[in-house]
Design a protein around this ligand. Structure first.
Ligand SMILES: [Zn+2]
Length: 340
C-alpha cells in the first residue's frame, strides 16, 4: 500500500514538474552568419568553422538558459542555409539588411582593411553583431573563450540591455566629490570570465521576452515617474532646509558633469520628489540622455551624496514602484578630542 501511495505521489510530482517545464515559453531567434574568407582559411576551412560556430552557439544559448530567474527558454538558432563566406570589407557586411532573420552576425578574425574598425552590437534598424577581434598573430580567433564571452554580451544588447559599464565613473573624472562609481557585477558590465547576469539584466531580458526590440526604444518606458530624495543626519534625524543638486553622467563618459542638470530644495520632512525626466530626459541616441547621476544634498555646510545609475532607477520600476527612493546621509563634524 505504502508503495502504491509513493508511486502515486512520485507520478504527481513528475506531472507537476513536466507541466512547469512546459509552461516556460520558448523564444527562438533566427541568426544569419557571415564570416570573412581569411578567417575561414586560417581556422582550417569551412567544416572546422561550422563546428566552432555550433560550439559557440551552444555556449550562447547556455548563457541565456542556466539561470532560474529567466521566465522563458531562449534559443538563438543559426540558419545554416543562409551561412556565407565573404571576401570584402567586414564593416560593409554589417549594414546589409537581413529581412528573413532576426539577427546577423558578421565574423571577422583578421581586420585586414583600414576601414574595418570597431565591433560590437549595432542596434536600431541594423540588428547585427559585428564579431571582430583585433589580432596580432594567427593564434587568436573569434572562437577563443574571451571572444565567446564577448558575443554573449552582444546578445545581451540584442535582448535590450544597455552597457552597465557605460554608467561608471572614474574618481579622477568626478569634480563633485572625487568618488568613483563602480557599477554592478554583470555580463553587461564586464563579460570576460563572467557568467552572472545582474537582476537588472534579468529584468530586461524577461521584459523583452520574444519580441524584437531595440534598447533605445525600451529604456525610457521602464523608469518610474518620479525620484524621491530622502535626507537624514547620521543620527537618523531628518534634514530640514537643504539644497539638492543633480550632477549628470553622460553615457561612456565616466565623468560627472561640473554643472548640475537640475537643482531643488528640501523644505520640510527631509524629502523632495522630482519628476524623473528633470534629470533623465528622453534622447534619441540611447533613449535617455544620461546613464547615471550624482545627487548632492547640502545643509548647514555639510554634504551628502547618492548615485542614481539607470539600472537602479529601472529596477525600481521593475519592483512596481512609481517613485524611486534614495536615501542620503549627512554627517555632522565628529569631535575627536575630549576636553578634560
Ligand atoms: Zn556592450
Amino acid at each position: 500500500m505504502k508503495n502504491i501511495i509513493n508511486k502515486i505521489l512520485l507520478t504527481a510530482v513528475m506531472v507537476c514538474a513536466f507541466a512547469a517545464a512546459k509552461a516556460q515559453p520558448v523564444h527562438s531567434f533566427s541568426v544569419k552568419i557571415g564570416i570573412d574568407c581569411e578567417s575561414v582559411d586560417s581556422l582550417g576551412g569551412r567544416e572546422r568553422v561550422e563546428y566552432l560556430i555550433k560550439d559557440m552557439f551552444r555556449k550562447v544559448n547556455k548563457a541565456f538558459n542556466y539561470d532560474a530567474r529567466f521566465k522563458a527558454i531562449y534559443h538563438f538558432e543559426v540558419d545554416w542555409d543562409a551561412f556565407y563566406i565573404y571576401d570584402g570589407i567586414s564593416t560593409q557586411e554589417v549594414f546589409k539588411p537581413h529581412p528573413d532573420h532576426d539577427y546577423l552576425v558578421v565574423m571577422d578574425g583578421y581586420k585586414s582593411h583600414p576601414k574595418e574598425q570597431g565591433g560590437g552590437w549595432y542596434g536600431d534598424k541594423i540588428q547585427t553583431v559585428y564579431h571582430a577581434r583585433t589580432h596580432n598573430d594567427r593564434f587568436n580567433s573569434p572562437f577563443e573563450p574571451g571572444a565567446i564571452d564577448g558575443i554573449i554580451h552582444e546578445f545581451g544588447h540584442a535582448r535590450g540591455i544597455p552597457d552597465i559599464y557605460a554608467m561608471k565613473v572614474d574618481a579622477d573624472k568626478n569634480p563633485v566629490n572625487g568618488q568613483p562609481f563602480l557599477g554592478t557585477r554583470c555580463i553587461m558590465d564586464y563579460p570576460y570570465g563572467e557568467t552572472f547576469w545582474s537582476d537588472y539584466a534579468v529584468n530586461m531580458i524577461n521584459m523583452a521576452g520574444g519580441r524584437n526590440i531595440d534598447i533605445d526604444d525600451v529604456v525610457m518606458k521602464v523608469v518610474p515617474k518620479s525620484i524621491a530624495i530622502k535626507a537624514r543626519w547620521a543620527d537618523g534625524k531628518v534634514v530640514e532646509n537643504a539644497e539638492v543638486k543633480f550632477y549628470p553622467v553622460g553615457w561612456y563618459s565616466y565623468t560627472v558633469s561640473e554643472k548640475p542638470v537640475f537643482d531643488t530644495k528640501i523644505a520640510k520632512k527631509g524629502e523632495v520628489v522630482i519628476p524623473t525626466q528633470k534629470v533623465f530626459s528622453i534622447e534619441k541616441e540611447f533613449g535617455v540622455k544620461y546613464s547615471n547621476c550624482l545627487v548632492e544634498v547640502e545643509s548647514e555646510g555639510k554634504k551628502g551624496y547618492a548615485w542614481i545609475p539607470l539600472y537602479y532607477l529601472q529596477n525600481c520600476w521593475f519592483e512596481g514602484k512609481d517613485c524611486c527612493e534614495l536615501e542620503v546621509t549627512l554627517k555632522r563634524d565628529i569631535k575627536l578630542t575630549r576636553d578634560i
